[in-house]
Design a protein around this ligand. Structure first.
Ligand SMILES: [Zn+2]
Ligand SMILES: [Zn+2]
Length: 190
């Protein structure tokens, strides 16, 4: 396996577009985007309603509605069970949908297209920058690295720093870092 996590560029708007650059559901594709893309937004509100419904904020701060229309009706989908306010929602190949009441948002029909990361949007960007800046040095003390987290491949100088980190922030960071390397290895062009 690769020695360092592949750090996908979250600033690349052809992969991670803000809401206003998403294609409409009639086009399904936009010239500014790759063949696949992922909409990233922070959960602002979880609306108790007939269907699982969220308001989310993308990186521009604009607020949008995400509504889940799933075969299982009103059950909270597995992908969303861990969702909380301020967590980051990731929706693959999201398209703009006009709801019956005229509002424009995102209608999700396949829960597999959605992932929740247990951090804010800003923290997601920070974790990515951290991975890039700390390549090859300990994630805690910046000393020379001698081992890596077996899950996310982030580096440590030794067991002490690794354990301290796991008891602190790394539990979250590890999940996010794994998602970043999954995106890094993903073929967005196919
Ligand atoms: Zn260290
Ligand atoms: Zn890890």
């Amino acid at each position: 396996m690769s020695s360092i996590p592949t750090a996908v560029d979250l600033e690349n708007e052809s992969i991670f577009p803000p809401f206003h650059n998403l294609p409409s559901e009639y086009l399904r594709k936009a010239p500014k985007l790759k063949s696949h893309w992922c909409f990233l937004a922070e959960i602002h509100e979880i609306v108790p309603y007939l269907r699982p419904m969220y308001t989310v904020k993308d990186k521009t701060g604009a607020e949008h509605l995400v509504v889940f229309y799933l075969d299982n009706g009103t059950r909270i989908p597995t992908a969303l069970e861990k969702s909380r306010k301020t967590y980051t929602m990731c929706i693959m190949d999201a398209v703009k949908h006009q709801f019956m009441d005229g509002q424009v948002g995102i209608r999700v029909e396949d829960e597999k297209s959605v992932k929740i990361l247990p951090c804010t949007l800003q923290q997601l960007f920070n974790i990515r920058d951290n991975i890039v800046n700390l390549q090859g040095v300990c994630n805690v003390c910046c000393g020379p690295s001698s081992l890596k987290c077996s899950k996310c491949k982030i580096s440590y100088c030794g067991k002490t720093c690794q354990l301290n980190d796991w008891n602190g922030w790394h539990k979250v960071e590890c999940k996010v870092a794994q998602q970043l390397s999954e995106w890094g290895a993903f073929d967005w062009d196919s």
